[in-house]
Write a protein that binds this ligand. Structure first.
Ligand code: PNS
Length: 185
C-alpha cells in the first residue's frame, strides 16, 4: 500500500518521502559517452540539482582538455534545466561540500565496476560520513560502454555513432585525425 498523507489527496510524484537534494556526479568524462548522458538525465529527474564535476587530473594523459570536456558536457545537457557542469581538483568530498551536495552519484555498469566504486565510496564515507553515495544503472544499451573503449575504437578507424552524442563524435573524429597527422608528419 502506498503512503497516503492524512486528509490529503494522494498524488504519486515519484519523490514521495524523499528530501530534495543536490547531487554531484564526478568523473573524467574524456569524453562523455551516451552512457554518461543517460545517467545525467536519470539523475536530473531524481535530484533537485545535479552538479556534473569534471576532475582536473594532471596524472592522466587525457584526449580532451578539461575546458573541452566541460564545454561538450554543457552543450550535450543544455536541455536539462537543473544540471550544472563544472570542474574540480583536490578531494571530491571537499568539492561536494563547497557545491552544497549531499549525494555523490556514480554509475554502475557491471559487477566489474563494483570493487573500484566501493573502494571510492568507502573512502569518501570515511572522509565525509554524511555524504551519501548513490549508484544508478545506465540504460541497458550502455552497459558495456566506456570512454576508454570509445577512444580506442575511434583511434582504430571505426565510427562511434550511437555510442557518444553527435557533437562528441565530430570532435572525437577531428582529434583522431589531428593525432594521425602528428604521427605521420
Ligand atoms: O570517471 P572516473 O575517472 O572513474 O572518475 C573518478 C573520480 C573523478 C570520481 C575520482 O578519481 C575522484 O573522485 N577523484 C578526486 C580525488 C579524491 O577525492 N580521491 C579520494 C576518494 S576516492
Amino acid at each position: 500500500m502506498p503512503f497516503r498523507p492524512a486528509g490529503g489527496q494522494f498524488r504519486y510524484n515519484g519523490l514521495c518521502g524523499m528530501k530534495t537534494v543536490t547531487a554531484i556526479y564526478p568523473g573524467s568524462f574524456d569524453p562523455a559517452t551516451n552512457g554518461h548522458i543517460d545517467l545525467i538525465e536519470r539523475g536530473s529527474r531524481l535530484f533537485e540539482r545535479l552538479v556534473v564535476a569534471v576532475l582536473r587530473n594532471s596524472e592522466k594523459q587525457p584526449m580532451f582538455s578539461v575546458a573541452e570536456r566541460v564545454e561538450m558536457l554543457r552543450l550535450c545537457t543544455s536541455h536539462l534545466g537543473n544540471v550544472e557542469i563544472c570542474d574540480f581538483s583536490g578531494l571530491l568530498v571537499d568539492f561536494a561540500e563547497e557545491a552544497g551536495a549531499g549525494v555523490v552519484l556514480r554509475g554502475i555498469r557491471a559487477i566489474s565496476d563494483y570493487e573500484y566504486e566501493f573502494q571510492m565510496a568507502w573512502m569518501n564515507r570515511r572522509l565525509a560520513p554524511r555524504l551519501e553515495t548513490v549508484f544508478m544503472m545506465p540504460g541497458e544499451a550502455y552497459s558495456y560502454l566506456s570512454s576508454r573503449l570509445v577512444k580506442e575504437v575511434a583511434r582504430l578507424g571505426r565510427p562511434v555513432t550511437g555510442l557518444v552524442p553527435p557533437l562528441v563524435e565530430e570532435r572525437l573524429q577531428a582529434r583522431v585525425q589531428a593525432e594521425l597527422g602528428q604521427t605521420q608528419g
